[in-house]
Design a protein around this ligand. Structure first.
Ligand code: AMP
Ligand code: MG
Length: 312
């Protein structure tokens, strides 16, 4: 029971191209992969994991060329990629115009975390699909990261197809480094030691400060923060921008509707783009309609609450 499906690369690639999820092995842990350019596919990651918040996801690439089609590589970024890819190093870089990634994969940020995994099956799958794959660990939210296909299979009760590559070498997540000009900032410690990065670049790797003294504004925020003041569970007033959900009375000011039919998946798909649009009008305040706390609504509300929280 619950034996991993005997999925081969061609079948796995076909599922991913069709917008479905496939769990696949990397050298760190098994990832729950989706086409990072397809918002619905990425939202399925959240639904399947039962993840209560939208985090920016690490986007896995077949090679440096694919990564360079998505983000801006400075000479320093290229040096790190050439030294450590394929390998357990995720680089947070500025998105490139025309990148095509779904904003639910980057959680609405203008940066993206990219890496090339060091595993023959992961690389074969990435090459076969030709797609960047968003892939957080393939476990239900709050449970341990899986290092075998059997664990993935058990975790999701056999509902997610798994490419079986045996046991993962490392079991430790990738090291995440943000690059801002000549500054290297470690956002997460992981399988690649900081000293290795320092040895190759001759630069000191700063550890991400929690809260205070952020040397590279924007790079450190792992959530999108609008300029406008946000009021949640609100009724719009004159001067507000209005973010509606479900059937809503006409409003004289600027407004968007996350989903006129009250569909949470549609709302999740629209969330970041509509927040950016309303914030971009220069409105001082954004009033947001109540959104049910069920299914994807939990992650939507979490994101809105964090957008509404006072800035540190
Ligand atoms: P995972 O669940 O292993 O995919 O981990 C993703 C981690 O990468 C999260 O802790 C994120 O906060 C971090 N991350 C991904 N993209 C970015 C980004 N653009 N800026 C800052 N942190 C990021
Ligand atoms: Mg995880």
């Amino acid at each position: 029971m619950n034996a991993p499906l005997p999925l081969d690369i061609a079948e796995a690639a076909a599922l991913l191209r069709a917008g479905r999820l496939v769990a696949f092995p990397t050298e760190t842990v098994y990832g729950l992969g989706a086409n990072a350019k397809n918002a619905d596919a990425v939202l399925s990651i959240y639904e399947t994991k039962g993840r209560p918040r939208f985090n920016p996801l690490i986007v896995h690439c077949a090679d440096l060329a694919m990564a360079e089609s998505l983000a801006e590589f400075s000479p320093l970024a290229r040096q790190l990629a050439e030294a450590f890819w394929p390998g357990p190093l995720s680089l947070v870089l500025k998105l490139r115009p025309g990148h095509g990634l779904a904003d639910v994969a980057t959680a609405g940020l203008d940066t993206v975390a990219l890496r090339v995994p060091d595993h023959p099956l992961a690389l074969a799958l990435l090459r076969e699909t030709g797609l960047p794959l968003a892939a957080p660990s393939a476990n239900p939210s709050g449970r341990l990261s899986p290092t075998s296909a059997e664990q993935v299979q058990r975790g999701f009760a056999g509902k997610v197809p798994v490419l079986d590559g045996g046991a993962c070498k490392s079991g430790v997540e990738s090291t995440i480094i943000a690059i801002d000009e000549e500054n290297l900032i470690q956002l997460r410690a992981g399988a690649l030691a900081r000293e290795e990065i320092e040895r190759v670049t001759g630069l000191k790797v700063q550890k991400a400060a929690t809260g205070a003294a952020i040397s590279a504004p924007g790079m450190m925020l792992s959530h999108y923060a609008p300029n406008a003041h946000m009021r949640l569970d609100a009724v719009p007033e004159a001067g507000d921008a209005w973010l509606a959900f479900g059937p809503s009375a006409p409003f004289a000011g600027i407004s968007r509707n996350l989903s006129a039919s009250g569909d949470l998946r549609e709302a999740a798909r629209n969330l970041f783009a509509m927040l950016h649009e309303l914030d971009g009008t220069g409105a001082k305040s954004i009033a947001v309609a109540p959104i049910p706390e069920t299914g994807l609504g939990e992650a939507i509300n979490d994101r809105l609450r964090r957008a509404a929280a006072p800035r540190e």
